[in-house]
Design a protein around this ligand. Sequence first.
Ligand SMILES: OC[C@H]1O[C@H](O)[C@H](O)[C@@H]1O
Length: 333
Amino acid sequence: MTSAKYDVLGIGNAIFDVLVRTEDDFLLKHGMVKGGMALIDEPRAAAIYAEMGQAVEMSGGSAANTIVGLANFGARAAYVGKVKDDQIGRLYSHDIRAAEVAFQTKPALGGPATGCSYILVTPDGERTMNTYLGAAQDLGPDDIDPEQIAAASLIYLEGYLWDPKNAKDAFLKASQIAHAADRQVALTLSDPFCVDRYRSEFLELMRSGTVDLVFANESELHSLYQTADFDTALNQLQQDVSLGVVTRSEKGCAVVAPDSITLVPASKIETLVDTTGAGDLFAAGFLFGLVRGASFEDAGRLGALAAGEVIQHIGARPQLSLKDLAQQNGLPV
Ligand SMILES: OC[C@H]1O[C@H](O)[C@H](O)[C@@H]1O
């Protein structure tokens, strides 16, 4: 195995976020399922946007948030995702490169606009996402550069990639290249409804060894194994994948290896503002710990710290130096 140029390379739907704080009534009026991610078309996006209050706009996308978090910790990071060569797409590319992430995916020259997620944040901090995939759905196997994939110690893929029609081929191609180069492949299950749509395919990815590490939150885990019993689901996860990490909000996380289960507490926070990106930033911290050779306990603490930072402000990108935060908390960086 040659030495790696990147610690982690993420592949995901490149999505620009439009976030607004709102009341639960807005969700009811528009028939939204609180806490979920619904795929929407252009007319629905326009209708939701027209009724939203003053918004905060910034680059997002689940795997991209994780990769930006990793770079913020000081990891060598790269990202693959599709935007259009339009104003938002150019802004998106600028932001990710400015975060010191290698980003070389060619933008689409025609077709739909850069994807956007219209995110409603209710007073309890819960986020409800309505995602127009736009150009993200044009990501395909041709966007996967074998040399770049083989140059990353670990590749990180989002379950949302199962939604657009070609991205799953890109996902499978990347996993094959990574494994041929003796690298690790991680998957986040993304969303309980996404798990519901692709349950058997996700289980097959795990059981066939196409992915080595799985991130899930509690609801995704319950959806995956169709059980309400946490321990039953956790035991099944332990049998299906080499390493599983389950986040449980304020209850912390469980790291499941073949011969151990490590429970790690959540970080203390002052005020919960917006849960958008909590899982993404948890994955950033955990992966940072993993690639630096930290214990599962310390990796879990790094994850909890990054998640704790991102939920105390609007938006899914860190506003503080996670590296400094880790140092201040006595964690390895
Ligand atoms: O996990 C949060 C992210 O998911 C969606 O993809 C949004 O873009 C948001 O930034």
